[in-house]
Design a protein around this ligand. Structure first.
Ligand SMILES: [Zn+2]
Length: 158
């Protein structure tokens, strides 16, 4: 497939570019592991970080679109409640007779917070079921130039 920008014949599917970039990383990580054989846990972590950034620029550009993860929202939800509950307790302990009022505030907070999380889940769901398939489709049909990084769609009929 010829690149419309630089006219090189090096254009391939983004999935191919992405996969070759990833195999580079695996190769590097094996090299690090050998070199750091007795380097200890800390060095091990340090090298893992370096490996993460060694993914080729082209491979990063060619990464497939990703689905949104619901679990981060759920996690934020749980953390929100775990943080709020003790905070409310601290406030009720320092202020007299406002216990009932603060309980009410906490309830209001809980409702609003939950509504926001549900809204977030709805947005994620819409992304995963409407926008994501479309992006994956475009990604599947496109080609990427390995020389200049241009992403393009082959003209119809080819
Ligand atoms: Zn090109």
């Amino acid at each position: 497939m010829q690149c419309p920008k630089c006219k090189s014949e090096d254009a391939v599917k983004p999935s191919v570019v992405h996969a070759s970039g990833l195999s580079d990383i695996q190769f590097h990580s094996r090299g690090h592991a050998w070199a750091l054989g007795d380097g200890g846990l800390l060095l091990g972590f340090g090298s893992t970080k370096a490996i993460g950034t060694s993914q080729t620029q082209l491979s990063k550009l060619a990464a497939p679109p990703r689905k949104k993860r619901y679990r981060y929202l759920i996690l934020a939800w749980l953390i929100g409640f775990f943080m709020a509950e003790p905070l409310i307790d601290v406030f009720t302990a320092s202020a007299r007779n406002s216990d009932a009022l603060l309980r009410q505030d906490f309830q209001t907070f809980a409702y609003v917070f939950s509504a926001l999380v549900v809204l977030g889940l709805a947005i994620f769901w819409r992304f995963n079921h409407v926008i994501f398939p479309r992006r994956r489709d475009v990604w599947n049909r496109s080609f990427m130039c390995q020389r200049c990084g241009e992403v393009f769609h082959p003209p119809p009929g080819q």
